[in-house]
Design a protein around this ligand. Structure first.
Ligand code: COA
Ligand code: NAP
Length: 269
């Protein structure tokens, strides 16, 4: 089920928008009339996503860049601004994850996730700042339950996503006076995604994740996309600096079995 909202004549940029949850977000905004730009490292994935967004009737474009490269991100965002004008909505969702214990992880492995998730979020927000509509824009960072729940084999992601949420809250203060709202959305376990394939690779673990969600199902990308549409809409015009779980109550009540089970899937544990 999707909510119907009107984003026509609005520019929506989704960084990391070429697969999984973030692509679901890009598609929902496209269906609701927005001009949509996506970016990620793979030009093939960008091209495939742009074609899909166009098939949904949207004006769409994309660029390939790594969020670890601030100049490449800034240049890509400038090209979107040139074509599509000021940004109404920025979604920052590029991330990397793999299960690895601290003992089984190199410094470079830990650093890689910090650089993609945490520094990448900073690069995206800073690169987009000159092009954001002021007042009236909305930034949505895609966080994760690891930001506030400790999980085995996830120290790198826990540290990175906790940082993402603090960037969200801090820039909500710094940019709020200019009319830029900054919020985080925290997906729970979302079915069919790369993230779940990595964290729950067996059917047994997948079922255990389902059982640990109070609503007794995993989410779908559209569940997260609907909340992003709400946050980007005038209905949320007084919502700023929140960390909003979209997880069927998972973080509140049930994360335990997944939080303790993942060590078995770490490559070097
Ligand atoms: N366990 C332990 N260490 C691992 C690992 C694993 N499963 N996977 C990668 N690493 C280590 C590598 O060995 C390397 O460390 P080293 O130089 O000391 O050997 C370091 O992490 C970087 O790996 P590399 O493959 O060079 O990084 P990359 O920049 O090419 O790719 C990743 C980044 C590793 C995060 C990759 O998985 C990726 O691109 N992920 C994007 C998709 C994704 O994760 N989706 C889920 C989002 S929730
Ligand atoms: P995904 O399909 O792997 O999506 C990740 C996206 O980011 C892809 O478009 C990828 O494309 C891009 N990306 C990765 N590294 C990048 C980099 N260095 N620079 C630029 N782009 C990069 O993952 P997902 O499972 O849907 O997760 C999406 C988001 O939701 C992430 O922020 C994740 O932390 C969060 N989340 C997911 C779940 C879940 O259940 N899946 C739960 C909680 C939170 P390229 O490969 O082309 O770069």
């Amino acid at each position: 089920m999707t909510m119907t909202m009107d984003f026509s004549n609005q520019t929506v940029v989704v960084i990391g928008g070429t697969s999984g949850i973030n692509r679901g977000i890009a598609e929902l905004f496209a269906e609701q009339g927005a001009r949509v730009a996506v970016a990620s490292r793979s030009q093939d994935k960008v091209d495939d996503t742009v074609a899909k967004l166009e098939s949904l009737g949207a004006q769409a474009m994309g660029f390939s860049a790594d969020v670890r490269q601030p100049e490449a991100i800034a240049n890509g965002l400038a090209s979107v601004h040139k074509a599509f004008g000021d940004f109404d909505v920025l979604v920052s969702g590029a991330a990397g994850n793999f299960p690895a214990t601290a003992k089984g992880m190199s410094t470079n492995a830990f650093k890689t996730v910090i650089e993609i998730d945490l520094l990448g979020t900073f690069h995206v927000m800073k690169g987009a700042y000159p092009f954001l509509k002021k007042p009236g824009s909305s930034i949505i960072n895609i966080s994760a339950p690891q930001a506030f729940l400790a999980m085995q084999a996830q120290s790198h992601v826990c540290a990175a996503k906790a940082g993402v949420d603090m960037i969200t809250r801090t820039l909500a203060l710094e940019w709020g006076p200019e009319g830029i709202r900054v919020n985080s959305v925290v997906p729970g376990p979302i079915d069919g995604t790369e993230g779940m394939a990595r964290l729950a690779p067996s059917e047994e673990m997948r079922q255990s994740a389902v059982n640990s969600v109070p609503l007794q199902r995993m989410g779908w990308p559209v569940d997260v996309a609907n909340v992003c549409a709400f946050l980007a809409s005038p209905l949320a015009s007084y919502v700023n600096g929140v960390i909003l779980p979209v997880d069927g109550g998972w973080a509140t009540a049930g994360a335990g079995s997944m939080a303790m089970g993942m060590e078995a899937f770490a490559r070097h544990s």
